[in-house]
Design a protein around this ligand. Structure first.
Ligand code: SIN
Length: 499
């Protein structure tokens, strides 16, 4: 009998959706995966999906799909792939409706009607929210619940390599929290490791998100594309004690928040017809320029009704920092790194250029976001393309000849349906003595050179600085490897910009 196995690198919404759909679609397809192993660098919740405030853009009100499609293309500066964007918008409706039918609790008005919000560059209200500004967290819990007890989860495990034989992926090399190596093999490998916000400061990402997925995919021979397409969010909370920075959702501008500078000027009015709700790249650039000209910038929430109940998560962060929006209506903000648009090139089924290696979520480039992602399209991308990856794997299994699976070569000791939860890594391993940059310096230089505003000369200087750090040093540990991955990613972003 054939035993099939899948490894999913990443436990955010994309990876969790693949796992959930492999399980639920197997009932429909009559073929299933015997062993699903999910790997997380931190805990299962340490991911950007869990932090997502904005929501899910979805054309629930017919006939909105065409307008969602065209808003996506316009925000993306017409660089989106029309085929995958159509899939995103059209299939997104069914995927989200199914989840609501299965019990996903979305925000509703007092009559029980689903409430839809507005964000930058959307021509109408179509953003679904969950728990106000806790959309990502609630959605992730819901999707992870669907595979709970049916998958093995390896937490605090760092994937240092995707193993390939010729052009076919067959496993991963993992370092545990004490840098002990193991090898895990499977029939299919799914990369869903997220983006790279930690390459920059400031950023609004989880501390785990440092671009390792791009580096391991590249070393496995996968094609990467659009590597200079990084999205910067216009509004990260800028209170001195708030480090790392957290997001101040664009949904607040959808509810009447406006950007003002320290001279009290609503500066976006002269920049774009949509003013504070202009596409994200336009607002982030203008915010950067305001700050570079010596002004501070604020989100004025005077006209946002019921701020504290509508945005409970942001409000709780503000309260912890002794900032009361009832007293002070001007929330200090700055722009910062938020989302990686380019990445591992995939087709419309999440297949990469390496056989048996799929990618989905932020690490993948499905080309739906053009050069500037439309707000709240990323959770939808995880749901739609995560489902497609699962469908493609089950279709492949249904037509595969009986064969011995790679999973029989499992080297790790994890048992089925178990969460292996070793203690989180306590302190940084020693990277001193290695030829690596200091993390903060790398982040500052990355933001200056390959950040919101880029100039050729500066990028060339940055590349020269990066070139002094070489790979393949003898001492290997997770912290060193992560820094090496970040240097590699910085070079990839720079090279794509310079070409
Ligand atoms: C936000 O809440 O402003 C972020 C939404 C997104 O990144 O799509």
């Amino acid at each position: 009998m054939r035993i099939s196995s899948v490894i999913i690198i990443g436990t955010g919404l994309a990876g969790s959706q693949v796992a959930a759909q492999l399980i639920s679609l197997s009932k429909v397809k009559g073929v299933g995966v015997d062993k699903i192993t999910m790997i997380s660098k931190g805990s299962m919740q340490d991911c950007n999906s869990d932090l997502a405030q904005g929501g899910v853009a979805v054309a629930l009100n017919e006939p909105d799909a065409d307008s969602h499609f065209s808003d996506t293309l316009t925000a993306g500066n017409s660089l989106s792939d029309q085929k995958t964007t159509r899939i995103l918008v059209d299939e997104g409706v069914e995927v989200v409706k199914d989840m609501i039918e299965q019990g996903l609790e979305v925000d509703r008005d007092s009559q029980g009607k689903i409430e839809l919000g507005l964000e930058g560059a959307h021509s109408k209200k179509r953003i679904l929210h969950l728990g106000g500004d806790q959309s990502g967290h609630i959605m992730l819990q819901f999707v992870q619940q669907q595979s709970r007890g049916q998958v093995t989860v390896l937490e605090n495990s760092f994937v240092s390599e995707i193993l390939v034989d010729g052009n076919q992926a067959y496993g991963v090399r993992i370092l545990d929290e004490t840098d002990q190596e193991s090898i895990l093999m499977a029939d299919f490998i799914i990369l869903a490791s997220g983006g790279c916000g930690q390459l920059y400061t400031p950023n609004a990402n989880s501390l785990m998100i440092s671009g390792d997925g791009f580096a391991v995919a590249k070393r496995a021979g996968a094609m990467l594309e659009r590597m200079s397409f990084v999205q910067f969010h216009p509004t990260l909370l800028n209170l001195a004690q708030n480090d790392p920075k957290c997001l101040v959702s664009e949904a607040i501008r959808g509810e009447g928040g406006v950007l003002v500078n320290s001279n009290g000027v609503e500066y976006m009015n002269g920049v774009h017809p949509l003013k504070s709700l202009a596409p994200r790249d336009v607002v982030a650039r203008e915010n950067f320029k305001q700050i570079a000209s010596g002004r501070s910038i604020y989100l004025d929430v005077s006209n946002v009704e019921g701020f504290k109940t509508r945005f409970p998560s942001i409000n709780s962060t503000l309260e912890k920092l002794h900032f009361d929006v009832d007293i002070n209506k001007l929330i200090p903000v700055i722009p910062g790194a938020h989302f990686f648009i380019g990445g591992v090139a995939t087709d419309e089924w999440g297949k990469t250029s390496v056989n048996k290696l799929y990618a989905c979520g932020e690490v993948a480039s499905t080309r739906v976001h053009g050069s500037n992602r439309l707000a709240s399209n990323s959770l939808l991308e995880c749901l739609v393309f995560g489902k497609r990856v699962a469908l493609d794997i089950l279709t492949a299994l249904a037509s595969a000849p009986e064969a011995k699976s790679r999973s029989t070569s499992l080297v790790l000791t994890a048992q089925r349906n178990e969460v292996l939860r070793p203690a989180p890594r306590q302190s940084s391993a020693d990277v001193a003595g290695l030829n690596l940059p200091e993390l903060h310096e790398l982040q500052v230089r990355a933001f200056d050179s390959i950040g919101i505003i880029r100039e050729r000369e500066r990028v060339l200087e940055f590349v020269k600085w990066l070139a002094q750090y070489s790979r393949n040093q003898i001492v290997r540990n997770r912290d060193a490897m992560q820094l090496e991955n970040m240097v590699e990613l910085a070079l990839l972003i720079s090279a794509d910009f310079l070409k």
